[in-house]
Design a protein around this ligand. Sequence first.
Ligand SMILES: Cc1cc2nc3c(=O)[nH]c(=O)nc-3n(C[C@H](O)[C@H](O)[C@H](O)COP(=O)(O)OP(=O)(O)OC[C@H]3O[C@@H](n4cnc5c(N)ncnc54)[C@H](O)[C@@H]3O)c2cc1C
Length: 299
Amino acid sequence: MLDRLISATLPIVPKPVVRFFSRRYIAGPTIEDALSVVRSLRTQGALSTLDILGEFIEAPGAARENAKAYLELVQRIRAEGLTDAHISVKLSALGLLIDRQLCLDNMRELVELVAETDNFLRIDMEDSPCTTATLETYQTLRREFPGRVGVVLQSRLRRTLDDVDAQGEEPGNFRLCKGIYLEPRKIAYTDAELIRRNYTLILEQMFRRGDYVGIATHDERLVWEALRLIRQYGLTPDQYEFQMLLGVDEPLRKILIDAGHRLRVYVPFGKHWYSYSVRRLRENPQIAGYAFKAIFQRG
Ligand SMILES: Cc1cc2nc3c(=O)[nH]c(=O)nc-3n(C[C@H](O)[C@H](O)[C@H](O)COP(=O)(O)OP(=O)(O)OC[C@H]3O[C@@H](n4cnc5c(N)ncnc54)[C@H](O)[C@@H]3O)c2cc1C
């Protein structure tokens, strides 16, 4: 009850307070902050994928600025010799909702550099109005830059199993998650157990097809299902990876790494950390509750 109240009142909480309890989920405002987290994760045996925060834009100029920021990031990753640190990109940040061609042009330039620097780009999945355009962009880019680009699919959506089948025979590269955006029942499962069962169904279909899957979840029941399928299909650790968000369930992260699985951590950073923090904290009000208690105890 208190958690929900805290979550609902987040927008009026002073920024420094939000920053205080979002610190463990966000590397910081700069590239240096992000690369330092990448290095620290490496010492723990974890890989990274870097996301520059700031997806809500309305002008082509802002899309260009975001594309430039990613180009600089990819160059820095190479310069630091960290090319197993991938990048994650939201198409709306590069102009999808302004002009699809503009977005594709920005993405082409970026994936070209990603390919040149021997890196990999994952296209994050946004809310349902973006799904079709995102998958089409993925298809175009994977044809032009084989092995350099992957996309995210959400088990919440009713369409996802069909989307997997529609990818053609060539194995794809997917991150599978539940989906962070609450979607209407008409197009999405709203029951938590069904979202979970659909996740397992889709994951099995992907393994059957030979797709590379980033198994993105902190839900231990799903991790268990994934481990069951990995064993059943006789997969080796180079054929899939687990993925988790920075700051979430670090003990589970360690369990998976210690058991010999590849694990990648999603590392968000950038000057637009505020809106991301509010979204994450809304998603998990319990965390907001704990953080507030900690603040009051300190006071
Ligand atoms: C690497 C990665 C990339 C993602 N990319 C996308 C994407 O492109 N598009 C998209 O729609 N969604 C994305 N998501 C979010 C995903 O869809 C879910 O909303 C999120 O992972 C929570 O679902 P869960 O499977 O972890 O299960 P849940 O049942 O929601 O979580 C299981 C447990 O994990 C902990 N937990 C989960 N999330 C958080 C959190 N934010 N803060 C603190 N604790 C938490 C809680 O203890 C919770 O009980 C991504 C998730 C990950 C891990």
